[in-house]
Ligand binder design. Sequence first.
Ligand SMILES: CCCCC/C=C\C/C=C\CCC/C=C/C(=O)SCCNC(=O)CCNC(=O)[C@H](O)C(C)(C)COP(=O)(O)OP(=O)(O)OC[C@H]1O[C@@H](n2cnc3c(N)ncnc32)[C@H](O)[C@@H]1OP(=O)(O)O
Length: 282
Amino acid sequence: MFSPRVVSLVPRTGPRRFMSTASKLTTVEVNDKTGIATLTMCRPPVNGQNLELLLDIKSSIKEIENDSSRGLIITSASPKVFCAGLDILEMHKPDQQRLRAVWTELQNVWCALYGISMPTAAAINGHAPAGGCLLATACEYRVMVPDCRIGLNETQLGIIAPKWLVSGFLNILPKRVAERALTQSRLFTTDEALQEGLIDEIANSKEEAVEKCAAFIGTFSKVNPVARALTKLQFRAENLRQFHKEREQDVENFLSLVNRPEVQKGIGAYLEGLKKKKANKQ
Ligand SMILES: CCCCC/C=C\C/C=C\CCC/C=C/C(=O)SCCNC(=O)CCNC(=O)[C@H](O)C(C)(C)COP(=O)(O)OP(=O)(O)OC[C@H]1O[C@@H](n2cnc3c(N)ncnc32)[C@H](O)[C@@H]1OP(=O)(O)O
């Protein structure tokens, strides 16, 4: 179903770039000076996480890992949106096999990003609801541009974010703040996110966000990388262990939830809302 991955390495003069996949839904650029890889999601208009984007993100993370980069920065090519979360069209009147694959790949992406040993940072250059927040909170550091929103708004959609999906959030926020945010479906503004500690810094542009992420990764230059990696994984091991224990059941739960007639009705209504928003804009 998917084209084989084509990886072309440009010689190491200046920043080198390798396009991750034939479908080009992500690009990876490694800065030769710093050794830091920037993974950019490029699925217009909002980086909706459909199956192909998720597969591409996962493969790019693996490439960066195999390339032994010094760190990974994730960002978006879209000017206003970091990532809008799961592509809602994947969940509306879904093909069952594909739906199963979508959820499995979301799990795989989270697992690959959350569990990677190298330093990670998110340059959040736009809105990051739901699955977008999942990517950002799987990283160790977050820099966000002003006037955007980030959070886990699942309950507003009538759905429940599973434990593994919340675990990045819980690494960052006090439990009480996390519980309230999830039950209220709170989308934090950039300023609120900084105040609560959901993000670490604000940057005025994507470029500045990437620079600040690189500076964070640079702080590890004098730390023994093996000791750093083991320490990071020690902090994350319990969440990962729990995830692996529950991941198959989690897929079944997701399928059963999405297929419920009332959830399908809700997804349909949500899609209509997005269409109306477009009509009102025109
Ligand atoms: C939705 C029900 C899900 C049911 C799942 C059931 C069980 C699952 C259990 C747990 C799941 C948790 C895991 C994660 C879940 C998710 O990620 S669900 C998705 C949640 N995402 C959102 O709620 C974001 C919705 N979008 C927005 O709020 C805004 O679009 C925005 C990202 C803030 C950007 O705003 P703006 O710049 O104004 O752009 P537009 O709204 O005009 O959008 C541009 C076009 O993009 C389309 N679009 C937006 N979001 C999505 C999306 N998530 N999937 C697919 N398409 C999306 C939008 O319709 C516009 O398209 P057109 O130009 O009209 O064609």
